[in-house]
Design a protein around this ligand. Sequence first.
Ligand code: NAP
Ligand code: G4F
Length: 329
Amino acid sequence: MPTALITGVTGQDGSYLAELLLKQGYKVIGMVRRTSTINFDRIRHIQDEIEIVQGDLLDQMSLISILQAYRPQEVYNLAAQSFVPTSFTQPVLTGEFTALGVTRLLDAIRIVDPSIRFYQASSSEMFGKVREVPQTERTPFYPRSPYGAAKVYGHWITVNYRESYDIYACSGILFNHESPRRGLEFVTHKITNAAARIKLGLADELRLGNLDSRRDWGYARDYVRAMWLMLQQDSAEDYVVATGETHSVREFLEESFSHVDLDWEAYVVQDDSLYRPAEVDLLVGDASKAGRQLGWEPTVSFSELARLMVDADLAYWERRQRRDAASSA
Ligand code: NAP
Ligand code: G4F
């Protein structure tokens, strides 16, 4: 039974990846940072099947000790401060987690066991002010946020450890991927959650920033499959993972609200405070290398994604309403 370590197992991608690896017969070690309240919502259903271990990307010794204790064959580094607006307000902390955290983990691998295969969660945010359309593995980076800049560092240090120490280290340049487990502060889930609440009479407005930016949105469950595939090849390489389609925030609104027969324009309030100091206007990826070499393809379309997220939010709020009604009866 192979052993895999996932950092960021409590996050959206960590939870889907843990499910996938368990199905493949892996022993899964999930690294979590110490918090005063337990935050296992996304992994509660598989909590008994994975081994939870405390560690932090800020603490080098904790990473070395975990690798020594569990001896994984594969390490998936998904932990990061991943919210772009927070990277503008906490740029140094973002650099510590999202950039230097990668070096701490790679160095722990170099010291403990350089035969460990390593996956780095790189991001399309690295393309920022895009130099070409669509973006490929060869497109130059031009990050537009402290988060994007930190991910560029994480990407290049991964390449550097591969070339310097012959570590099987891959960087997956993943475009935006969403699901019902997405954090509520990200625009897709903010929109689908609001559409569901407005439909049920629980809210009457949705405040948003820039509606014109365009993203290449896919389904998170598809994307974690690409992560795993990257670590099963003969040699370590970097891959773009994307759907190849781009849509605006406005189009995501239209798709989500129309699914519950609502006109989004009646509810959305544009809020200047939600604009970013610098924006990424357009992302669209070319994942043909992942298709050719990994046999990877997305399975969920843009409109299916919006609809499945709205349906999940509706189901969630209906359950909450029934529970509240029962407890007040
Ligand atoms: P997420 O839901 O925000 O999850 C981030 C995870 O990192 C959480 O489990 C969090 O733990 C953990 N974490 C944060 N700081 C940590 C630290 N110092 N030590 C240990 N763990 C720490 O992110 P996601 O959407 O699953 O994304 C996974 C990775 O892919 C991230 O690196 C993200 O930047 C990258 N990425 C995401 C996308 C996307 O569209 N989702 C696209 C490209 C790249 P807590 O639960 O304790 O907060
Ligand atoms: O959903 P977002 O916050 O995602 P963003 O900034 O593209 O970053 C996500 O995807 C990256 C991959 O490209 C990941 F690396 C990163 O970790 C994260 O998962 O914003 C999407 C767009 C932006 O242009 C933003 O300005 O939506 C626009 N937007 C408009 N109103 C908003 C809002 N974004 C958020 N979060 N909240 C709003 O109210």
